[in-house]
Design a protein around this ligand. Structure first.
Ligand code: MN
Ligand code: MN
Length: 356
């Protein structure tokens, strides 16, 4: 069955041949990350039989309850990527500070940033979860990375990807030459290229948003969703479907394969937070993938990949998917004059204007 198939390693070697100066460090790192994801996939697949379901007594840096598998997946990422001399430091959703590479290992020229297990609240109900990762260049190769080294805009990423642990395990990857999908062949333990050059379908008839937050939304978001809900009798003159899996990886994967748009916008629920999702290891890698597949990713006000992070665990408003829909939502934000400094009061006025 392999004769006419491309493995992940083959794919990466073919990509590297386009860059005569490359010495294979990036490929080595991607293969280590892929191995990490295979190890996590196996633990996830065993479910209750693996004895790893349920929550820990601990909370992570975000104040979220850690699932046992969150901790396990984080440890796997650290252990499998610390030794190879390929990274100068790592940042994880589960760690407040950058992870310092143990003294006995060499420091490399890349930074690895990851959400070891995304959508982990879905584990106990056997729904899809995933891992998300982003690779940046270390500003100071060969020496320990410090926090500031990681605060690069997403446009600086050299690679981004995610693994989805669904009915099958897949690895979705971009190194800036399009988006490519690999399916895990479980007997061989090998990722096989099954979805080359993924392009987001342009027809958008699905939107994904947590509608329970409606009362906290800004006018632009209410307007967009209201128009979708109005369907064929509304201004869009067509019917939409709504989807919500509460797993960023699963939502991203559906949009890559079927089109549509995802919104976790800024809202007034907790004005101290600029959004729900984290910039460095959620929004940034997903945005790189979405743009490479022909879509757009925005805060509603600016391109996510242009945002200069000011904190390792910074949250951000995140809207992505089919370009025309994301552009429409950005236009609604600018039509409602929603600047970064708007107060919730202004939002009420904007809503009035939208309905006037
Ligand atoms: Mn996550
Ligand atoms: Mn997570």
């Amino acid at each position: 069955m392999l004769a006419d198939r491309t493995t992940l390693a083959q794919f990466l070697i073919q990509e590297r041949r386009r860059h005569p100066g490359a010495i294979g460090d990036l490929n080595g790192l991607i293969l280590d990350v892929a191995l990490t994801c295979k190890a996590i996939a196996k633990r996830v697949a065993y479910g209750a039989l693996g004895g790893v379901l349920g929550a820990e007594a601990t909370k992570n840096v975000q104040g979220e309850t850690q699932q046992t598998l969150d901790v396990l997946a984080n440890d796997l990422f650290l252990r499998m990527n610390e030794w190879g001399g390929l990274v100068a430091g790592m940042v994880s959703e589960e760690l407040e500070q950058p992870y310092a590479i143990p003294v006995q290992y060499p420091r490399g020229k890349y930074l690895l940033v990851f959400d070891p297990l995304d959508g982990s609240s879905n584990i106990d109900v056997n729904l899809s979860v995933g891992s998300i990762f982003s690779i940046l260049r270390a500003p100071n190769p060969g020496v320990d990375a410090v926090s500031d080294d990681f605060l690069q805009p997403g446009s600086e990423q050299v690679c981004a990807g995610y693994a989805i642990y669904g009915p099958s395990t897949m690895l979705i990857l971009t190194v800036g030459t399009g988006v490519h999908g690999f399916t895990l062949e479980p007997q061989l333990g090998e990722f096989i290229l099954t979805h080359p050059a993924i392009r987001i379908p342009t027809a958008a008839s699905e939107f994904a948003i947590n509608a329970s937050n409606r009362r906290f939304w800004e006018p632009a978001v209410r307007r967009y969703v209201d128009e979708c809900l109005a369907g064929s009798t509304g201004p869009r003159a067509k019917d939409f479907n709504m989807r919500w899996v509460a797993s960023l990886v699963a939502e991203t994967h559906r949009i890559l394969n079927r089109g549509g748009v995802f919104l976790y916008p800024r809202d007034t629920k907790d004005p101290s937070k600029a959004g729900r999702l984290r910039l460095l290891y959620e929004a940034s890698p997903v945005s790189f993938i979405i743009e490479q597949a022909g879509g757009l990713a925005s805060t509603g006000r600016e391109r996510v990949l242009d945002v200069l992070p000011d904190d390792l665990h910074q949250r951000i408003a995140f809207i992505f998917g089919v370009s025309e829909e994301v552009e429409r939502i950005e236009n609604y934000h600018s039509e409602h004059n929603e600047s970064e400094n708007d107060s919730p009061l202004y939002g009420a006025r904007g809503l009035f204007r939208a309905n006037a």
